[in-house]
Design a protein. Structure first.
Length: 504
C-alpha cells in the first residue's frame, strides 16, 4: 500500500501502470550487473509525455498556466491595499513595498533550486512539495501578527511558489515538439506577465471592502486549489526520470538489472555530483552563454518595468488624480487588455510558424524564427511608455495615457513570449535551467524597481520618472534584430545550445 501511494505521488494516477513494466520485452542485455538490460522509449509508448493524448496535454498545460498565474498574481495582489497595511502596522509606504519586493526576490532564489531539481528528479514531486509550502506560507501571511512576520512569510511564499515559473517551460518542452511548442508557451508564459497586472485590480477592490488579510486568504485558497488539481491530474513528464523509475521498478520485480539507454551512454554520477552540476547550471548559463545574458537582461527590464508600474500607477491615478484604491486598480486594466490582445496576436504568429515548420525539410526551423513578434514588441514598448509618460497629467484625459500602457502590455507579451520561445528552442534539454537563469536576473529587477519608484516619482516628477523606463527600452530595442541576424553563429559556439541548420 505504501509503495503504491509513493508511486502515485511520484508519477500520478495513469503512470502507476508503469511499475508493472514490460517484463517480457526483449531489451538488449542479459540482465546481469555487468551487462544490464537497456530500456528505452518505444515510439508509441503512452507513458512518454510527447505521446499523451491531445486532451491530456491540454489539461496539463492549462493547469501549469493557472499555477504560474497563481504565483504571479500573488506577487501584486498584495499591493492592491498597501495603504491599509501602512495604517495597520504603522509603517511607511516604502516599508510596505518590501512585502512586494521580497516576494519577487524569492523568485530569484527559488529557480536556482527548483529548475535543476525538477530536471534531475522529476517535476511532479517538486511541484507538490514546493506548492504545499507555498500554500502554507500564504496562510501564514494572512494571519501574520506583525509586519516583520508578514514580510518574511511573503518572501518564503515567493521562493517556494517560484517553481512553476521555470518548470512550466520545461513541461511545455516535455509535451510538445518545436512545431507546436510556441502556441503552447503562449498560455503559460502569458500567465507570468498577466498575473502581476490582474493582482492590483482584484486586490484593490477586495482590500477596500474586506481588508488586506482577505487578499492573503484568497491567495492561499487559489494556491490550495491548484495544489489539489496538480496532485490529481498532472503526471510526471520528464522522460528520462520516468524511464529511470521504470528501470528501477523492473529491477525490483524481476531481480535482473535494468538501466536506461541514456544512463548507459552517459552513466550518472553520485547524487551529490548530480546535484552540484544541475544546481550550478543556471548560473553557468547566465555567465557563459551570451544568448542567455542578452535575453535575461531584456526580460529583466520588461519585468522590472511591470513591477515599477505597480508602484507608479497608484501615484499617478490615486495621489495625483484622486482615485480610490478600488477604482485606481482599474488603471491596470488597459495593460491586461493589451496583453490579451498580444496573446491573440501570438496565436496567429505561431500558426504561421507551424506552417513554416511543416514546409521545411526537417519539420523544424532555427530558433531565430521565433523572434518575429519580438521585433514588433520591441518597437511598441518605448512608444507606449513615452505616450504614458507625457500624457499622464490630470489635465489630459485618462484614456490617452492608458493607451500608452495598453501598448506597453501588448509589446510586453510580444517580446517576452518571443524570448521565452527562443530560449526553449535553443536550450531544449536545459530549457528549465535557461529559464531559471533568466528568471533569477529578472526577479532581482522586479524586486528592486518598486523600491526606488516612489522616491523617483517624488524627486523628478511623473513625466520624467515615467520616461526613464522608456529610454531604457530604446537601448534594448535592437536585441531581437541583432539576435535574428547573429544568433545562429553564437549558438554554434555553445555546448549547451542545440544546433539547428534549417533556414529562418
Amino acid at each position: 500500500m505504501l509503495y503504491a501511494i509513493g508511486c502515485f505521488l511520484l508519477l500520478g494516477t495513469s503512470n502507476i501502470r508503469m511499475i508493472a513494466g514490460d517484463v517480457g520485452h526483449d531489451w538488449p542485455g542479459d540482465g546481469t550487473r555487468e551487462n544490464p538490460q537497456i530500456i528505452s522509449w518505444p515510439s508509441t509508448d503512452r507513458l512518454y509525455a510527447r505521446n499523451f493524448a491531445a486532451s491530456r496535454k491540454a489539461i496539463i498545460l492549462v493547469l501549469s498556466g493557472l499555477s504560474t498565474l497563481s504565483v504571479a498574481f500573488a506577487s501584486s495582489a498584495y499591493s492592491g491595499d498597501l495603504s491599509s497595511i501602512c495604517e495597520y502596522f504603522s509603517v511607511s509606504d516604502e516599508a510596505a513595498t518590501l512585502g512586494l519586493s521580497l516576494y519577487v526576490l524569492g523568485f530569484a532564489i527559488g529557480p536556482l533550486l527548483w529548475a535543476p531539481l525538477g530536471e534531475a528528479f522529476g517535476r511532479r514531486v517538486l511541484f507538490l512539495t514546493t506548492f504545499s509550502l507555498f500554500t502554507l506560507f500564504n496562510v501564514a501571511a494572512a494571519v501574520a501578527p506583525n509586519f516583520a512576520s508578514l514580510v518574511a512569510f511573503r518572501c518564503l511564499a515567493g521562493m517556494f511558489g517560484s517553481s512553476p515559473l521555470t518548470n512550466s517551460g520545461g513541461i511545455v518542452a516535455d509535451l510538445y515538439s518545436a512545431e507546436t511548442r510556441g502556441l503552447a508557451a503562449v498560455f503559460y508564459s502569458g500567465a507570468t506577465f498577466l498575473g502581476p497586472v490582474l493582482g492590483p485590480i482584484v486586490g484593490g477592490f477586495l482590500g477596500e471592502t474586506r481588508g488586506w488579510r482577505s487578499i492573503e486568504g484568497l491567495l492561499a485558497i487559489y494556491a490550495g486549489v491548484m495544489l489539489v488539481l496538480g496532485l490529481l491530474l498532472v503526471p510526471e513528464t520528464v522522460g528520462d526520470v520516468v524511464l529511470r523509475r521504470r528501470a528501477a521498478a523492473l529491477t525490483r520485480q524481476t531481480g535482473k538489472f535494468y538501466i536506461t539507454s541514456v544512463d548507459h551512454q552517459n552513466p550518472p554520477g553520485s547524487l551529490a555530483e548530480r546535484l552540484r552540476i544541475s544546481m550550478t547550471r543556471p548560473v553557468r548559463l547566465l555567465v557563459r552563454e551570451p544568448i542567455v545574458v542578452v535575453l535575461a537582461v531584456y526580460m529583466s527590464f520588461i519585468y522590472g518595468t511591470t513591477y515599477l508600474l505597480l508602484a507608479a500607477l497608484p501615484i499617478v491615478f490615486q495621489r495625483v488624480r484622486g482615485w480610490s484604491p478600488g477604482v485606481g486598480g482599474l488603471a491596470f486594466l488597459p495593460i491586461a487588455i493589451g496583453m490579451l490582445g498580444a496573446t491573440a496576436f501570438m496565436v496567429v504568429i505561431n500558426r504561421q510558424y507551424a506552417r513554416r515548420c511543416r514546409k521545411s525539410g526537417s519539420g523544424q526551423l532555427a530558433p531565430e524564427a521565433r523572434l518575429q513578434s519580438g521585433k514588433v514588441g520591441a518597437v511598441l514598448l518605448p512608444g507606449g511608455l513615452f505616450l504614458f509618460a507625457w500624457t499622464n497629467a490630470p489635465s489630459v484625459p485618462w484614456v490617452v495615457c492608458m493607451l500608452g500602457t495598453a501598448c506597453f502590455g501588448f509589446g510586453n507579451i510580444c517580446v517576452s513570449l518571443a524570448l521565452v520561445n527562443y530560449l526553449v528552442d535553443s536550450y531544449v534539454t536545459y530549457a528549465a535551467s535557461a529559464l531559471a537563469a533568466a528568471t533569477v536576473l529578472r526577479s532581482l529587477c522586479g524586486a528592486a524597481f518598486p523600491l526606488f519608484t516612489t522616491a523617483m516619482y517624488e524627486g523628478i516628477g511623473i513625466h520624467w520618472a515615467s520616461s526613464v523606463p522608456a529610454f531604457l527600452s530604446l537601448l534594448c530595442l535592437p536585441a531581437p534584430f541583432l539576435l535574428s541576424k547573429y544568433g545562429g553563429r553564437i549558438r554554434q559556439r555553445s555546448k549547451f545550445a542545440v544546433a539547428v541548420h534549417d533556414g529562418k
